[in-house]
Write a protein that binds this ligand. Structure first.
Ligand SMILES: N[C@@H](CCC(=O)N[C@@H](CS)C(=O)NCC(=O)O)C(=O)O
Length: 207
């Protein structure tokens, strides 16, 4: 695994790294995507663990700067390329609302999806708590109702323009959709289709 002067994105299609690829593509910033062989355990490779000891994607490397955590990474790129306006300026009212949606997404919408994934795939079968899946589905729907109401007749989460908050949220809705959790949420379904039609949206998220 080599470090270079350019931006390197360690990724795997369909995972959270799609948030970062999408941000980079919206910003039109040159980068090299390095696909980690998840199925072959590439994320446990000692060289990769030197970059992210947690063994997860995405990882963004630029020289000796190594960033993990998808949402932080997208925000940092948005701030760095401020002229391309994918995040509102720090300290503004819009930025407050923007970051509120980013954290709502990672804390409220995403956590129940993790529980479903853990209890249905990740944990050893004899240790799973199938009953928690139903609770997690209800928890997701509780948070999704808030977003559904907010997005009714709106194109974007913040003001009248596309931002990183839309990227983070769209990826999460894409994941939720794979569990059939967008049924009964027409505004969320329309929103996801609209965002995924953007030319910069990674292919795997297309609806
Ligand atoms: N909070 C982290 C989560 C990163 C994460 O869990 N990535 C998954 C793919 S979506 C992964 O690499 N999983 C490998 C593993 O759990 O071993 C982020 O948003 O970047």
């Amino acid at each position: 695994m080599t470090k270079s002067d350019g931006l390197l994105l360690y990724e795997y299609p369909g995972t959270r790294s799609a948030r970062c690829r999408w941000t980079l593509q919206e910003l039109n910033v040159p980068f090299s995507g390095i696909s980690i062989d998840f199925k072959g355990g590439g994320h446990r490779d000692p060289e990769f663990l030197k970059l992210n000891p947690y063994g997860r994607v995405p990882v963004l490397v630029e020289g000796d700067m190594v960033l993990c955590e998808s949402a932080a990474l997208c925000l940092s790129l948005g701030d760095r390329y401020r002229d391309r306006a994918v995040v509102p300026e720090a300290g503004t009212r819009d930025r407050g609302y923007h970051d509120q949606w980013v954290f709502f997404c990672t804390n409220e919408l995403e956590q129940p999806l993790w529980r479903i994934f853990h209890q249905s795939v990740l944990y050893p079968e004899d240790k799973r708590l199938p009953g928690d899946i139903e609770f997690a589905r209800e928890d997701f729907k509780g948070a999704a109702r808030i977003l559904e109401e907010f997005l009714h007749n709106k194109h974007y989460l913040v003001g009248d323009r596309f931002t990183v908050a839309d990227i983070i949220t769209s990826y999460t809705l894409y994941w939720a959709d794979s569990y059939g959790l967008l049924e009964g949420f027409p505004a969320l379904q329309d929103y996801l289709v609209r965002q995924s039609e953007r030319p910069a949206c990674p292919e795997e998220l297309n609806r």
